[in-house]
Ligand binder design. Structure first.
Ligand code: PSU
Ligand code: MN
Length: 302
């Protein structure tokens, strides 16, 4: 293993013994949710993964090293660090070289998980093609990473702040398969149904594991998206979230918010405009994804 990457003793032992490990990202902690719900959620998601028989490995850059598997004090540090960097592929070497504290996005977490030999990664929602992306070129580096790095990402689809049809087009062009659990359609983060078809419905972890093994055995590079819709009981009403999303997007444009600031800005505004209910949905869907991801990791390691 690389000197720039450090596995926690628990993660290292699980990897050495071939036991299931699930990677978790830290941008959702540092930039995606407010204090103190971010810390509570990070802890709860780890507990869900353990309850399903897998080992959680939350990933971040601390003290100039990629850290895979964090202690509780480190989760707290990330949850209360307003100056933590939001690291995508391009930023990862900067945080490692300068020693700055960095939270990893989907893209960066995939890279680190792969370096650590972890095949399954659970998040809330992947980044995607932003609305107006054909003009602004704002396409999340998460999509390129899915095209090149062999990690399966379990998510509740992509956030409805994005252009989901263009996001699926982009994934298709780059050969990234989208598997769906429980329904034919791709999930839309705060709501279960985007109205757009996913590629293949596969409810059973064993089935998903066979698909993933086949893809990698064929030498097909890149990742797999597993779309796991938020349970209806915890979803947001679709008309409400659509109207609030439109308002948040208009505010972002009026204030000139762009680049990597836009996703955290929109999540925070949507939370405020829904009186906190979108945050409750966000927390519920991440935990729901942790169950699916841990079961998949177990199926892959058996
Ligand atoms: N999912 C969530 N909350 C988040 C994110 C995803 O539930 O905060 C983060 C992920 O880290 C994802 C990032 O990689 O948003 C996408 O940012 P961008 O659009 O700038 O690529
Ligand atoms: Mn972007």
């Amino acid at each position: 293993m690389h000197e720039l990457i450090q596995l926690s003793p628990e993660v290292a032992a699980a990897r050495a013994e071939g036991r299931p490990v699930v990677a978790l990202e830290s941008t959702i902690i540092a930039h995606g949710m407010p204090w103190p719900q971010n810390l509570e959620t990070a802890r709860e998601v780890e507990a869900v993964v353990r309850a399903e028989g897998a080992v959680p490995a939350t990933i971040a850059v601390i003290g100039g090293r990629i850290r895979v598997g964090l202690a509780d004090a480190e989760l707290q540090q990330l949850a209360q660090a307003p100056d933590a960097m939001k690291l995508s592929r391009r930023d990862l070497p900067y945080a490692v070289a300068t020693g700055r504290l960095g939270a990893t996005t989907v893209a960066a977490t995939m890279i680190c998980a792969h370096l650590a030999g972890i095949e399954v990664f659970v998040t809330g929602g992947i980044g995607g093609v932003h609305r107006g992306g054909a003009e602004s070129f704002d396409i999340s580096a998460d999509l390129q990473e899915l095209a090149r790095t062999p990690v399966t990402v379990v998510c509740a689809g992509a956030k409805s702040i994005l252009d989901l049809a263009l996001t699926l087009e982009y994934l298709e062009t780059h050969g990234v398969p989208v598997l769906s659990i429980g329904q034919d359609n791709f999930a839309a983060f705060f709501t279960p149904d985007s109205g757009l078809k996913a590629d293949f419905r596969m409810d059973a972890p064993d089935e998903q594991a066979r698909f993933i093994r086949a893809k990698w055995a064929l030498g097909l590079e890149g990742g797999v998206v597993v779309s796991n819709p938020v349970p209806a009981a915890q979803a947001m009403p679709r008309e409400e979230i659509d109207a609030i999303t439109a308002q948040a997007l208009a505010e972002a444009q009026a204030q000139g918010v762009q680049g990597k600031a836009i996703t955290p800005f929109l999540l925070a505004r949507i939370k405020a405009l829904t009186g906190g209910r979108s945050l409750a949905t966000n927390i519920a869907l991440v935990k729901h994804n942790a169950v699916a991801g841990a079961r998949l990791a177990c199926a892959l390691s058996s």
